[in-house]
Design a binder for this molecule. Sequence first.
Ligand code: SF4
Ligand code: SF4
Length: 376
Amino acid sequence: MRHPIGVQDNKFAAGGTNRREFIKIITMAAASVGLTSSAATRIAEAATRGLKPSVVWLHFQACTGCTESLLRTSHPALAELILDLISLDYNETLFAAAGHQAEDALKKAMAENAGKYVCIVEGAIPTKDNGIYCKIAGRTAVDLVTEVADKAGAIIAIGSCASWGGIPSADPNPTGATGAPTVLKGKTVVTIPGCPANPYNLLGTVLQFVTLGTLPALDEKGRPKWAYGRVIHEDCPRRAHFDAGRFAEKFGDEGHRQGYCLYKLGCKGPATHANCSLLRYGETEAWPIGIGHPCFGCTEQKTAFRIPLHTTIDIERPMPPDTYPPIHAQQGHVGAVAAGVGGVVTGALLGAGWMASKKLHGGEGEQKKAPDRKEG
Ligand code: SF4
Ligand code: SF4
């Protein structure tokens, strides 16, 4: 099958000194975003053949945090990796060019790669009053994204702003801000929500499209299932404390210092589809829950910037499915090595007791009951 994207020179394709390192990074990166090892190998092979699509990156109502997040990574150097995999033909934030020169680059990329280039949208799109609240080169964001997306081979909305409106769409939404899928109705838009979006999720999507010419399986909101198929709560390192009923009640209290579950501080993890608890962020692998702050649900339109930060939410799926392996209490004493993870182990043991108690005395109905709801 002919590859659907434009093919240009790739500095790694000729088998230079960096080739082995490149294959290693690609393989690691593909694996880190959940692709199988055989898929990662195929991707690495295809990447070294020099497939390099033209990318037109549009910025609208955005803080450019998604771009910054991408540029600040170096394990692996995602920005370098992605920028080596693509030909970034238009990006107002990273361009040295400005004004007419930049606009000419946009026209050239669209003309030379019509039907093949990747359109990446960052930022929300204002629709109120004929879209006058965001104009570039005299044209509204609605006009621009419609024209650029119309001739694109693939469309990716990066960040919550581009996916569903994000911060600019928060009440009272004075500009009528919305996401690319709403403006581009009828088109397939891969959404990678997050504030900022995790660069690994962009990398995984770009890797697959660049090298295999396909898009990942998407959920009903256009999100790649491999990245957004589970809620934070399912893979949270504090989950054992939740199951054990051990909650931080206030910032800085004993439970907070002990690393207990943050649900009662307003954690939206149980209703937030994302892979932050597995991939983490940036150089230090820090992420909100890891540093003691509740998840505020930035990937979810119904949650982020709408439900107050410290308001608790109803829990859709409080218990692990019965198909999961049960949490068993370990017998015998806890050794010295276990001391460092004592809280988690204890939580798991207590969780087992709590779960057993629910299953023994509560039945299925009670198992689904959330902890006390707190308003305000
Ligand atoms: S999603 Fe968040 S980080 Fe990304 S552009 Fe919007 S406000 Fe900035
Ligand atoms: S409520 Fe939040 S902190 Fe608690 S286990 Fe779930 S995701 Fe983790």
